[in-house]
Ligand binder design. Structure first.
Ligand code: M6R
Length: 416
């Protein structure tokens, strides 16, 4: 195919083995045998307006602040707002009653969204969930049961390991669902069922708004699964969906903590390492908080299940160690407080992220207490994500790091 240069809103997909000669003037595509190939050209719906920094200094800040809107748009795609019922955009080609186990796989931040969802599926739908990073899943020859369900999660839809994991699950005869942000991506095109996140283009290398949108989709899917399996009644669904509907507003309210986070970032920026702790769904959020901080600020950070503290990481704690404890006032709050006591006893500097009740019930002194809006216990990760994202962002800015393009990282990892 020989053509004049096209505007950047046109897309041509290459097939396996294809290669192209691209100049300012022309694009010629050849197939694996070297013959000129005529591949279809499609129009992309992407708008250049969406890839502008607007009045923000960095894409990461803009994308953090877009969350009330994009999470709200994603919610509206999955929920009948008037009836307060889940209304998935597509009919699923299977019955949740036939699914014995769900496999969730993804990389990086997307895998932490999957981790949170494991708690939701197990609690709301009583389906066992296995979660594995795609780079491990693809090679460990996991025995999978035909007819079960695999869910892959990816912002870009181009992550090589996630794509390979999807192909593996398909080859094993599993039903597959992809939760993808880029609708034209390879993962979306290779998936029979695509559940879109409506985060819009995410430019900052650190994933922020895609994460909370992934959580919104997974929450809706977990409720649908619970309903489909008879684990949730109509009333349960009404209640849970009512709680989900509150999430975009609560995310917007969470930005009130920003001045406090900016101040805290001055201390964190001087730290050599930071520990993040959480229990239940706050555990994957601790992993995400640590990843966010290390990738944009280059400060070493680790996330742990709070109960694991005494099995090793407690040895790290001294007066120089900030410990971010993510502890909304939920059913495991008291347990997390006892872990905070272990930290305090060793002189660690506790940064408690909690809600008003948690702040008044915590019996341990913290260096800083960040009070987030009250949110239904099931869905706290979508609100607390704002706190860990802002902390990473402001720390990195203070340190003069290249926030949008951290060293050594690529937005989309298309190689192994
Ligand atoms: O595009 P994907 O969601 O598949 O990308 C997965 C990871 O590469 C990505 O989340 C990465 O960990 C980000 N840098 C995290 O902020």
């Amino acid at each position: 195919m020989l053509s004049r240069s096209r505007p950047s809103d046109t897309i041509t997909y290459l097939e396996d083995g294809d290669w192209a000669v691209l100049t300012r003037a022309i694009c010629v595509i050849y197939d694996s045998k070297g013959a000129v190939a005529n591949r279809e050209t499609l129009k992309s719906g992407a708008s250049s307006l969406l890839v502008d920094k607007a009045n923000y200094r960095h894409f990461m800040a803009k994308e953090i602040y877009e969350q009330p809107e994009v999470v709200g748009q994603t919610l509206a795609r999955y929920v009948d707002m008037a009836a307060k019922r889940i209304a998935l955009p597509f009919e699923l080609p299977f019955d949740f009653n036939d699914i014995r186990r769900i496999l969730i796989t993804a990389c990086g931040t997307a895998s932490y969204a999957g981790h949170v969802a494991k708690y939701w599926f197990e609690r709301l739908a009583r389906i066992p969930v296995e979660i594995d990073v795609a780079s491990e899943l693809r090679y460990r020859e996991a025995p999978l049961r035909k007819g079960d369900l695999a869910i892959v999660i990816s912002q870009s839809g181009e992550t090589a390991d996630t794509l390979a994991a999807l192909r593996y699950a398909k080859a094993q005869g599993l039903h597959t669902i992809s939760v993808v942000n880029v609708p034209t991506s390879t993962i979306a095109r290779e998936s029979k069922t695509v559940l879109p996140t409506l985060a819009g283009p995410e430019i900052g290398v650190a994933s922020t708004k895609a994460f909370t949108c992934q959580l919104m989709v997974m929450a809706a899917l977990a409720i649908a699964a619970g309903k489909g399996r008879g684990e949730l009644s109509d009333i349960d669904e009404l209640k849970l969906v009512g709680e989900l509907i509150e999430v975009p507003r609560l995310i917007a309210e969470a930005f009130a903590i920003e001045p406090q986070i900016e101040k805290l970032a001055r201390d964190i920026a001087k730290s050599r390492a930071v520990l993040y702790l959480g229990r239940g769904t706050s555990f994957p959020l601790a992993l995400e908080g640590a990843l966010k901080l290390k990738e944009v600020s280059y400060i070493h950070a680790e996330g742990y299940a709070a109960g694991e503290l005494k099995h090793g990481p407690i040895a790290l704690i001294d007066e120089s160690m900030p410990v971010v404890v993510i502890a909304p006032y939920d059913r495991v709050f008291e347990k997390t407080v006892s872990n905070m006591q272990e930290v305090a006893a060793r002189g660690g500097n506790i940064i408690l992220m909690t809600d008003a009740t948690g702040a008044s019930e915590a019996t341990v002194d913290s260096l800083v207490t960040i009070v987030l809006p009250d949110v239904a216990a099931t869905f706290t990760p979508m609100i607390y994500a704002i706190a860990v994202q802002l902390l990473a962002y402001h720390t990195a800015v203070l340190m003069g790091a290249d926030v949008d393009q951290p060293r050594n990282l690529a937005k989309s990892v298309t190689v192994e």
